[in-house]
Design a protein around this ligand. Structure first.
Ligand SMILES: C[S@@+](CC[C@H](N)C(=O)[O-])C[C@H]1O[C@@H](n2cnc3c(N)ncnc32)[C@H](O)[C@@H]1O
Length: 207
C-alpha cells in the first residue's frame, strides 16, 4: 500500500488496523482458492478503503449507504470514517452467509453500533428508501443492475451527495451504459479516479 493509505490507517485504532490486514490476506487467499463466484469475497483494495475514508470525511457524510457488503471489509473502512462524524452506515447484502460473516467482523472491530446490516435484494431495498435520505452511496454489487437502480439512487441521494462506484476501470465495459446514463442526466458531475479497481465519482449538484 502507498504512504497515502498508510496515513489513513495510522488514524484508526490498532484493533481495526489488524483486523483489516487479516481480512485482506484472507480475501486474497479465499478468492484464489474458490472458483464459485458466490463464495468469492471480492473485497475492495486497501487503497480504495483509505480513499473512501477520506471522501466520507471530506464531504462530511453522516448517512452512508453501501450496496454489496460481502464479508464487511469495505463497510469497516466506511464505518470508521462515519463514526468520527457521528453518523452511521447502512449496508445491504443478498447472501445470508456473507451477511453473517460481516456481522461477526463488525463485532470484532467494535463498530457494530455504527452499522446497520440489511439482508435482501438491493433493488427492492432502494425502492423503499426515502427521498434525500443518504449523503454518500457506495456501489459495489451487481453492476448490471445499476442502470435499473439509477432512478432510486438519484431519488435517495441528498443534494450535494456523492456516489462512488467500484470497478470503474477493472469492469469498464460492464459499466459503460450506466456511465452514459449518468452523464446524460442533468445535475451530476462525474470523475474517474484510477485507484484500486477504478472509482467512478458521481457528485449531485447542491441545488
Ligand atoms: C464485490 S462484492 C462486495 C465487496 C465488499 N464491498 C468489500 O469490498 O468488502 C459484491 C457483493 O454484492 C452482493 N450482491 C450482489 N447482488 C446483490 C443485490 N442485488 N442486492 C444485494 N447484494 C448483492 C454479492 O452477494 C456480493 O457479496
Amino acid at each position: 500500500m502507498s504512504n497515502y493509505g498508510r496515513n489513513a490507517i495510522a488514524a484508526m485504532g490498532e484493533r481495526l488496523d489488524s483486523l483489516l490486514k487479516e481480512l485482506e490476506r484472507f480475501g486474497v487467499e479465499n478468492d484464489a482458492r474458490t472458483t464459485d463466484h458466490e463464495e468469492k469475497l471480492l473485497n475492495i483494495t486497501a487503497e480504495t478503503g483509505a480513499f473512501l475514508t477520506l471522501l466520507v470525511q471530506a464531504v462530511k457524510a453522516r448517512r452512508v449507504l453501501e450496496i454489496g457488503t460481502s464479508n464487511g471489509y469495505s463497510t469497516l473502512w466506511l464505518a470508521d470514517a462515519v463514526r468520527r462524524l457521528g453518523g452511521g452506515v447502512l449496508t445491504v447484502e443478498v447472501v445470508a452467509d456473507k451477511a453473517e460473516i460481516a456481522r461477526a467482523n463488525f463485532e470484532r472491530a467494535e463498530l457494530l453500533p455504527w452499522i446497520q446490516l440489511h439482508l435482501g435484494d438491493a433493488g427492492e431495498f432502494l425502492r423503499g428508501q426515502d427521498e434525500a435520505s443518504q449523503d454518500f452511496l457506495f456501489l459495489d454489487s451487481d453492476r448490471e443492475e445499476y442502470v435499473t437502480w439509477w432512478p432510486d439512487l438519484r431519488r435517495i441521494l441528498s443534494p450535494g451527495g456523492l456516489i462512488i462506484v467500484d470497478n470503474a476501470t477493472s469492469h469498464a465495459v460492464e459499466l459503460e451504459s450506466f456511465l452514459r446514463l449518468v452523464q446524460d442526466t442533468p445535475g451530476y458531475t462525474t470523475s474517474l479516479v484510477p485507484l484500486g479497481n477504478g472509482e467512478l465519482l458521481v457528485l449531485k449538484e447542491n441545488q
